[in-house]
Design a protein around this ligand. Sequence first.
Ligand SMILES: C[S@@+](CC[C@H](N)C(=O)[O-])C[C@H]1O[C@@H](n2cnc3c(N)ncnc32)[C@H](O)[C@@H]1O
Length: 287
Amino acid sequence: MSAGGADATPPVAPDSRSHTPAPPVRVERRAADEDESRHANGADWDRYADEYQASHGEFLGDVGFVWGPEGLTEEQAGVLGPVRDRDVLEVGSGGGQCSRWVLAQGGRPVGLDLSHRQLQHSRRIDDATGLGVPTVRATATHLPFADRTFDVVFSSFGALQFVHDIERAVAETARVLRPGGRFAFSITHPTRWMLPDDPGEAGLVVSQSYWDRTPYVEVDEATGEVAYVEHHRTLGDWVGLLAGHGFRLTTLLEPEWPEHHDRVWGGWSRLRGRLSPGTAILGADLA
Ligand SMILES: C[S@@+](CC[C@H](N)C(=O)[O-])C[C@H]1O[C@@H](n2cnc3c(N)ncnc32)[C@H](O)[C@@H]1O
């Protein structure tokens, strides 16, 4: 899906991307299991990584922690709590910008991502900055770490909306966190799923049910194979998920669109951002 692109015929769910998909795809709302989601999204992020980093790298900052297209930084938001001398896992770390910021604050980050190409960009930026973030290629639903390894697990628009088996991803997070550890993540604001993914006027018209959890799926027109998947959960789903895995919700931020911020990123724009939240940031502590 590309916001405002030629494929915006049926109402579609939000997407963190702003590219024209290649190969050409058709958009569907239909079930996609964990294997399909992982297989499709890993390959998609490998294809898209170069364009993603070229388009958004400067905005993210090589050693920068931005929670979403509104530009709210962790320095401003303080959702993670202190990171100095803490073991910190970033899930869906992409180019490692957030983890590099954690490193610069005196933390001990590890970046985890499904996409080999994203991790190559992470290494490239390590070399350019002299700040090396250890990384591992893995998926959010199978974290390759021992129990109680981290003080903080976070994800900035990383894996959580790309996995089908979210119960398992949250359980894995709880497993690798130490008691009292913090889990923090940003996602497309669940209310955005009611609107077409269009940064313009068309993206202001409610066109589908908030409660429809059917995934957004792009299907390769040539092969019929699933090429990309995003999964939707309501705010209530997220609260239930966190509580069900022993977390106590401490934070729900819905960053406002800054007055003079004119950036268009996929379906995120000043026009929509002034009227409705595009990003939700949740923070929770493990009991
Ligand atoms: C929108 S990017 C965000 C990357 C980075 N946090 C940033 O702010 O630029 C989403 C990242 O999640 C990764 N991802 C998608 N599905 C994943 C999964 N199941 N497990 C781990 N990472 C995943 C993608 O490869 C991609 O790098």
